[in-house]
Write a protein of this length. Sequence first.
Length: 233
Amino acid sequence: MNVMILGAAGDIGRHLLEQYLAHPEVQCIYATHHREVSSICPSVHWLTVDMADPSAIAELAAAIDQPIHRWICCTGLLAGSHGQPEKTFRRLASQKLQHDYAVNAVGPVTLFAQMANHLRSDELRAVFLSAQVGSIEDNRLGGWYGYRMSKAALNMGVRCLAIECSRWRSQPTIVAVHPGTTASNLSKPFTKTRTAPVQSPKQCATRLYQLIETLEPQQNGQFLKLSGEILPW
C-alpha cells in the first residue's frame, strides 16, 4: 500500500505519518512540506510543495510514479502573512481572500485532479481535512470570512470529485473531514481562552487514522467528524 500525506510535517500530519509507518502493509509514503525535509526512513519520500503555486503543484503531481491507495490532505491556512481571520466584513481584503482560497481549496483539489491517473487504485481512500466552520448550514456566528469561505469551497470541490470519481471501476471513497479543535500551530492563537477540552495532535491523528482505515465506499462524498458522524454542508 502506498500513502500520500500532504502537510506531513505539520502537527497532525507528522503524527499521522507515524501511524502509517507502523502499518504492516505500507510500502511507500510520499510526504510533503513547504520546506525541504531530510528523510531518515527509506520508505518515506519527502517532497516540497507550495499549495498556492500552480507550477509547484504540477511538479509534485509529475513526481509521483506509483499508484496511491491513501491520499490525505492535512494542509490548511487560518492566519499568516496575509492577515488574521476577519471578525467583520470591514476587515475584508481581496488579496487575503484569494490566498485563503488558493491554499485551502484550489491547491488541494487541483493536485488531486492532476494525480488522478495514480489514484485509480483499488480501495482508494482520499481525505481532505476541512472544518466545521465551512458548513453553510451550521454557521451561526459569522466572521472568519476567508477561512469559512475557502473551506466551504473545498467542501464543494470534494463533493464534486467524489461524484465524478464514483464512476471509476475501483470504487474510491473520497470525503471531507472536520478534525475537531486541536492544539496545533494553526489553532493555538485562537484557543488560549477556550474552556472546552482541546485534543492533542497525536489524539487527532490516531482518530483520523482509525476513521480512514474504516471508511466504506457508501461514505463517498460525505462531510464527516472523526467519529464518523455526518456534518451538514
